[in-house]
Write a protein that binds this ligand. Structure first.
Ligand code: HEM
Length: 185
């Protein structure tokens, strides 16, 4: 994945757990790069190894780390100069999710080797919520999507509950149910 993602992992660890934790994670993952370059593409294996090493060093399971990282990603991209892009693709959660593929297409203009995920929104009949279908050629990142959705909920001041209702192992792709909570709905 692009260095931007690995940089965000680094930022997430350093801020939440300190520089020592990051050094240990990098060592345990066998990553001996001084820094990541945001526009360079790295093998996915680098990111997966960092997450694997983080489970050992931080004593947390991969799903917990990926979910927290997903939340951090929304803040990190906004802070790293992609805030305007985040604002451009929707003024509320649903609109933004409908536009996510367009957002990644736009990102692909600057990151030409991007292998983006794909999302489709399905309205829940008569309900206050949505189903979000997630397609990716990468495995194991569903918990990150849960965190991303929670981070987006915060960004749009929309309180939500997120539950994964279908799994790619069984259904071919992951599906999340997003329920609006409280007055924002
Ligand atoms: C302006 C903000 C964003 C930027 C710049 C961005 C950019 C990227 C980049 C560079 C990757 C790595 C893919 C690769 O290297 O092939 C990625 C992956 C991903 N992005 Fe975004 N993204 C943004 C917002 C979002 C949001 C809000 C979501 C919410 C669902 C999202 C969902 C994902 C997921 C799940 C992946 C993992 C790759 C996969 O599933 O295969 N992104 N994005």
């Amino acid at each position: 994945m692009y260095g931007l993602v690995n940089q965000a992992v680094e930022d997430f660890v350093r801020r939440g757990f300190g520089d020592g934790a990051w050094k240990s994670i990098k060592d345990n993952a066998g990553v001996n790069l001084e820094m990541f370059v945001s526009m360079d593409s790295y093998p996915d294996d680098v990111t997966y190894k960092l997450v694997g090493a983080a489970t050992e060093v931080l004593g947390l399971d991969a799903a917990t780390i990926l979910e927290a990282f997903g939340q951090h990603w929304v803040l990190y991209t906004a802070q790293e100069g992609y805030g305007q892009m985040l604002s451009m693709f929707g003024s509320n959660l649903e609109e933004f999710l409908v536009n996510l593929d367009n957002l990644h297409s736009h990102v692909g203009l600057t990151f030409p080797a991007l292998r983006p995920p794909s999302f489709q929104v399905e309205r829940i009949e008569g309900g206050l919520g949505l189903l979000l279908h997630y397609h990716s050629d990468r495995i194991g990142l569903a918990p990150m999507v849960v965190g991303l959705l929670k981070g987006l909920g915060r960004r749009f001041s929309q309180e939500i509950d997120v539950v994964q209702v279908e799994h790619r192992e069984r259904s071919g792709h992951d599906v999340f149910r997003i329920d609006y909570v409280g007055a924002g709905a």
